[in-house]
Design a protein around this ligand. Structure first.
Ligand SMILES: [Zn+2]
Length: 181
């Protein structure tokens, strides 16, 4: 009995140590006070996410359309659960005309990767620098009501485009935002 108990306890302690080590690692991934390093870290993370996404959709890296093997991850265009190589994607766009043109906005990784956002923090940061909700929304290029939804945590995640806009608007206001996106 005592031995069983010791074993359990050791296992638990092992888990706790692993957890603590992981937490330390997360904190050390980059210098969160250095904007340049943060944006580099984010870019690397995006690339890694893209690689994972491609691994899950086209693990062989063979374009389903032209059957060529495309090794460069940046030469892929991902739309939802479909991935084709860049040249096939631009060919289909050229052939598709207007309808494809409209779809163009949703093509690519931008549609697939979302960034979680903490609306309460957005609000407190915005208030800290004394910028009104209206003018903040204007800077971001969306409506005042979207800003309200966002700040009341009705918006759970942002597109890559919007996340980048957030970073640049807050940077412009001189605010470090590594903790909100
Ligand atoms: Zn192709």
């Amino acid at each position: 009995m005592v031995n069983e108990y010791r074993k359990e306890k050791q296992a638990l302690e092992g888990l706790e140590q692993a957890e603590a080590a992981k937490k330390r690692k997360d904190e050390q991934v980059c210098d969160w006070s250095n904007a340049e390093e943060v944006s580099l870290y984010r870019a690397e993370k995006r690339l890694a996410e893209r690689e994972l996404l491609l691994d899950s959709i086209v693990p062989t890296r063979v374009c389903p359309n032209c059957k060529r093997m495309i090794w460069l991850d940046s030469s892929w265009v991902v739309d939802k659960r479909l991935a084709v190589c860049k040249s096939c994607s631009s060919l289909s766009r050229r052939r598709g005309g207007e309808e494809e043109k409209e779809r163009r906005g949703s093509i690519g990784l931008k549609a697939s990767v979302r960034f979680e956002i903490d609306g309460w923090k957005v609000r407190s940061l915005r208030e800290r620098v004394g910028v009104g909700a209206n003018s903040f929304a204007q800077k971001m290029g969306y409506s005042r009501s979207y800003q309200w939804q966002l700040e009341n945590n009705k918006v759970k995640s942002l597109s890559l485009e919007l996340a980048e806009k957030f970073i640049s608007v807050f940077e412009e206001l001189g605010v470090e935002i590594s903790d909100i996106i």
